[in-house]
Design a protein around this ligand. Structure first.
Ligand code: NCD
Ligand code: ZN
Length: 346
């Protein structure tokens, strides 16, 4: 018997599209399946002002192939110099849907991020007042803290104090990777949401390190122990409204991934829906996939759900390109390491 699954069209609540030739190459991979995405602002230089977000949005729409429908939901990169009035105006115009907090030095292109939270208190208070969410890359950057502990330490030493200072602020814990992250998100009340990536539901740290180093599984936050992956699976497939999909699909050309100092990021735009159907089926939760990909995110962001639908079918082993050949260079598509039988109907 053929199994099919029709869902409201999904959205991606955390996506890196880059710019120029890379944007051109990877945008169709997302737009093929997703109606909207929260677009990360960590370009070089970062998207800091409303004017920069507007110009970036226009570049994204210009790169969209004819006949594809896709709405980029723009974000601003929070710096210690961010102007609260500019943020408020960009939100009031409908352009900007969130502000992104990168602790300085936490990840790709984050050196302009926040060091001294006192300097952003005014902006955060304004965001709380107008209901604009803060998307948080939740890792400390202190050299003394082990990379596998950086999320849990961030929650205790940065995120929780910040949320106590500004309880009205809506916060999304981006790409949570630990059971501590899941537990904190669960207890956080209605103003707290959390995104979970595709790859963190599939790999643990062994995938990166056992049998030779696998640079295409390296991302930030880095995948943790198996018990954390299982906690993420339970959260994503459990039907709780506070957890939703943010793929964190983060393309880097192969030359920069397969490198002595390889870039962080997994590229999952091409096969996320197929992989999620596989994961949710394994957890006997196919009936909850739509909540994770298409309902919970819009509810948190106060946006309507998509009217269009997407249909997945279970059949022969699915195939997708191993690489996307962009004008910037080839980008390797995330390989789950097991056969997947779910297809997205054209
Ligand atoms: C992201 C990137 O490459 O921009 N990399 C990643 O590993 N996720 C940055 C980020 O979201 O941390
Ligand atoms: Zn990211």
């Amino acid at each position: 018997m053929t199994q099919t699954l029709t869902l409201r069209r999904p959205d991606d609540w955390h996506l890196h599209l880059r710019d120029g030739a890379m944007l051109q190459g990877v945008l169709p991979e997302t737009a093929r399946h997703f109606a909207r995405a929260i677009i990360m602002p960590n370009l070089v230089p970062p998207v800091v002002t409303g004017a920069q977000a507007l110009a970036y949005r226009e570049r994204i729409l210009a790169a969209l192939p004819e006949g594809m429908a896709f709405a980029p939901l723009m974000t601003l990169y929070l710096t210690e110099d961010t102007d609260a009035a500019d943020v408020a105006a960009a939100h009031a115009s409908g352009l900007v849907k969130a502000v992104k907090l990168y602790p300085a030095g936490a990840t790709t292109n984050s050196h302009g991020g926040v060091r001294d939270f006192a300097k952003v208190q005014g902006v955060l208070e304004k965001m709380a007042e107008i209901g604009l969410p803060l998307c948080v890359h939740g890792e400390v950057t202190t050299p003394e803290v082990d990379i596998f502990d950086r999320e849990a330490v961030f929650i205790d030493t940065v995120l929780d104090p910040l949320r106590r200072r500004i309880p009205e602020l809506r916060v999304v814990m981006e790409h949570i990777t630990t059971e501590e992250g899941v537990a904190y998100a669960r207890d956080g009340g209605d103003r707290l949401g959390a995104t979970i990536t595709t790859h963190h539901l599939i790999i643990n740290r062994n995938h990166i390190l056992v049998g030779g180093i696998k640079p295409h599984y390296y991302c930030l936050p880095v995948a943790k122990r198996e018990k954390h992956r299982l906690a993420l699976r339970a959260a994503a497939t459990g039907g709780e409204g506070r957890f939703f999909l943010g793929t964190d699909s983060a393309p880097h050309v192969d030359a920069l991934k397969e490198h002595a100092c390889g870039c962080a990021g997994c590229f999952t735009a091409t096969n996320t829906m197929q992989l999620l159907a596989h994961v949710f089926e394994e957890e006997t939760a196919l009936d909850r996939l739509e909540a994770f990909t298409s309902l919970n995110g819009p509810r948190f962001y106060g946006l309507p759900v998509n009217e269009a639908t997407i249909t997945l079918t279970k059949g022969d082993v699915a195939a997708w390109p191993a690489k996307i050949f962009t004008e910037a260079g080839p980008v390797t598509v995330f390989d789950p390491g097991f056969p997947v039988h779910w297809h997205v109907n054209a």
